[in-house]
Design a protein around this ligand. Structure first.
Ligand code: IMP
Ligand code: MG
Length: 339
């Protein structure tokens, strides 16, 4: 039995294009994955995926289903059974069947109606109101329900140990949700989510650090954040409005406008180091090029560049220098459908 584990981790606040990268790795990259496993969060996520020219937004279901790869919602996640059923229907209406492909770890926790009701009253954090925080709270307070306790989940149940440690070789892609800036430990608490969108959060799903192969960090060439805290700097020239329009920076789950800011090199570097990133993708470079302003934060200082190439050179020097990532493992990519 052998296992190889690749991981995608968002280094910002979600919405960095993980859906695109994960979908690309799972399919067109031809990497032969036997499984795609979602490792954290729930249907607070919104992954925008272009498949065969059609746009899909997934919230909970791993990208493996697009390619006939076994897809598991891992025990680090929380699952709303109704949202899961609805997402299955939406995918099927779009011509993607999950039949025989979709599983939920028996020890994943379930989001109950009372969790959604409670989260619906949140004004402090600006949550997605999907019941995520209350469900994780009840998990840790040891009063929650696991998927195996809920009859309607029975047809999806899978045991991670039996699946991955009983003989067959596996090649696993661990699909992240949210991002390092929203991590319950390393994010800007309390403006965070309630899970671990990190490599540490992958391992609690029953994987061993010995099997980790590649860790793909994903960032945008600028930053966005959705939630209650003030994030967007004062926008003299309307440049963030332009980025928001051109980049379609509106929540894939809630439709809320995302606050924009320049790339924060320190955040990328911290996340890349703590997660042991081996490959790094910067998305939506074409959006910044269209706006024609190239800036980033480094050590609390705002730096401006005359061209896209100048900014990329600077980013490569800083990130590769500090994180030990080979320059050829850094990809600058556009939106929406290519790597
Ligand atoms: P919760 O995860 O719904 O509790 O929301 C907590 C914070 O994380 C809020 O600021 C949300 O907007 C943000 N958030 C949660 N999931 C995502 C995501 O997938 N993309 C972007 N922001 C997210
Ligand atoms: Mg998203």
């Amino acid at each position: 039995m052998s296992m190889r584990l690749d991981i995608t981790v968002d280094l910002q606040f979600g919405d960095s294009g993980k859906g695109k990268v994960t979908h690309y790795l799972a399919g067109d990259a031809g990497r032969g994955y036997t499984h795609v496993v979602r490792y954290n969060g729930g249907n607070n996520a919104g992954h925008t995926i272009y498949h065969n020219g059609k746009k899909f937004i997934t919230h909970l279901i791993p990208a493996g289903v697009f390619y006939g790869v076994k897809s598991i919602i891992g025990p680090g996640c929380v699952v709303d059974p109704n949202a899961l059923e609805q997402e299955i229907r939406e995918l099927e209406e779009g011509g993607v069947s999950v039949e025989g492909l979709l599983y939920v770890a028996r020890n994943a926790h379930v989001i109950e109606p009372k969790h959604i009701e409670e989260d619906g009253r949140d004004v402090k954090i600006g949550t997605t109101k999907r019941g995520i925080g209350p469900a994780y709270r009840d998990k840790y307070a040891r009063v929650g329900k696991r998927a195996e306790d809920v009859p309607e989940m029975e047809r999806f149940l899978i045991d991670m140990y039996e699946e991955f440690y009983s003989g067959d070789d596996s090649v696993v892609l661990a699909e992240g949700a949210q991002g390092f800036g929203l991590d319950i430990v390393w994010g800007d608490y309390p403006y965070v989510t309630s899970s671990h969108p990190t490599v540490a959060g992958v391992l609690i799903n029953g994987f061993s650090w010995k099997d980790i192969n590649e860790v793909w960090g994903i960032a945008k060439i600028y930053e966005t954040y959705v939630g209650a805290k003030e994030f967007e700097p004062e926008d003299e020239g309307g440049v963030f409005d332009k980025i928001r329009e051109l980049g379609q920076e509106y929540g894939a789950t809630t439709g809320r406008p995302r606050q924009c800011n320049w790339l924060n090199i320190d955040r990328v570097v911290t996340g890349a180091r703590m997660n042991g990133i081996t490959h790094l993708v910067f998305n939506k470079v074409d959006i910044l090029d269209e706006v024609g302003v190239w800036k980033l934060w480094d050590g609390g200082e705002l730096k401006e560049f005359a061209s896209s190439d100048d900014m990329k050179e600077y980013v490569l020097d800083r990130v590769c220098g500090l994180c030990g990532i080979p320059r050829e493992n850094v990809v600058f990519s556009g939106h929406p459908d290519r790597l």
